[in-house]
Design a protein around this ligand. Structure first.
Ligand code: KIV
Length: 270
């Protein structure tokens, strides 16, 4: 039998408290009601309805084709399965290009069931972050490798390896906190940079491919189940050692994050 610990109404305040107390919390992507229920029941604090659904579910080679209609549909599915996790939803590519678009699209995600929105960028999303924060919409700012900019970055590569770039990411992270961001997500940055930023900010920092020192860890669901076509260095398959199928794999992921055994050095970048 599994030892499921059902989460009840996780709030930003609860995540902030985990940060203050030096704890860890887990996040996973979720795109439908069935998995939302399993993840939530296993104690995953944050369910991200990520625009990664464009690659994972729809088979595109980037997140760029994902539309607001796609996001609204999947947020609704996740809301119906959720047992109390905090639901974060991505504002997809070009859905926050202007102020009016940002407000309209963020409101649509919140109406569909999201508790907060995530958007990608550095200094240039500071005003957008402030706009949303002032209107009561919590924001997660996604920095480091930002997949919506894959064509500018030139591929899915580790960011912030040189000193100037690392300093810029640190300064812009701090600027986004000042602008009202409630969570910072760092994707594919050296673990030392993720630690510096986590220590410097008051808000929780969530990492993917960012080493063991961030407050939260996030992974794409299909990666932890070992069913993605590619396996980046920062991924661990939790299903292969599970004695209770998918629920057991998710519980093992939650436990590994809380006990700080995942990610290990082998999953981190220098
Ligand atoms: O869309 C997504 O799944 C994400 C994660 C990779 C963090 O942004």
């Amino acid at each position: 039998m599994s030892s499921q610990t059902q989460v009840k109404n996780i709030t930003l305040t609860a995540l902030q408290r985990i940060k203050r107390e030096g704890g860890k919390f887990s996040c996973l992507t979720a795109y439908d009601a069935c998995f939302a229920r399993i993840l939530s029941a296993a104690g995953v604090e944050v369910l991200l309805v990520g625009d990664s659904l464009g690659m994972v579910l729809q088979g595109h080679d980037s997140t760029l084709p994902v539309t607001m209609d796609d996001m609204i549909y999947h947020v609704g599915c996740v809301k119906r399965g959720n047992l109390g996790s905090l639901i974060m939803a991505d504002l997809p590519f070009m859905s926050y290009a202007s102020e009016s678009q940002t407000l309209e699209n963020a409101a649509a995600l919140m109406r569909a069931g999201a508790h907060m929105v995530k958007l990608e960028g550095g200094a240039w999303i500071a005003n957008t972050t402030r706009l949303l924060a002032e209107r009561g919409i919590p924001v997660c700012a996604h920095m480091g490798l930002t997949p919506q900019s894959v064509n500018r970055i030139g591929g899915f590569h580790v960011q912030g390896r040189d000193t100037d770039q690392a300093q810029l990411i640190l300064e812009e992270a701090s600027m986004l906190q000042e602008s009202g961001a409630n969570i910072l997500l760092l994707e594919c940055v050296p673990q030392s940079l993720a630690k510096t930023i986590t220590d410097a900010l008051k808000i929780p920092v969530v990492g993917i491919g960012a080493g063991p020192d961030t407050t939260g860890q996030i992974m794409v669901l299909h990666d932890v189940l070992g069913i993605s076509p590619i396996t980046p260095k920062f991924v661990k398959n939790f299903l292969q050692d599970s004695d209770n199928g998918i629920p057991g794999a998710i519980e093992a992921y939650v436990k590994a994050v809380r006990s700080k055994t995942f990610p290990a050095q082998e999953h981190s970048f220098n």
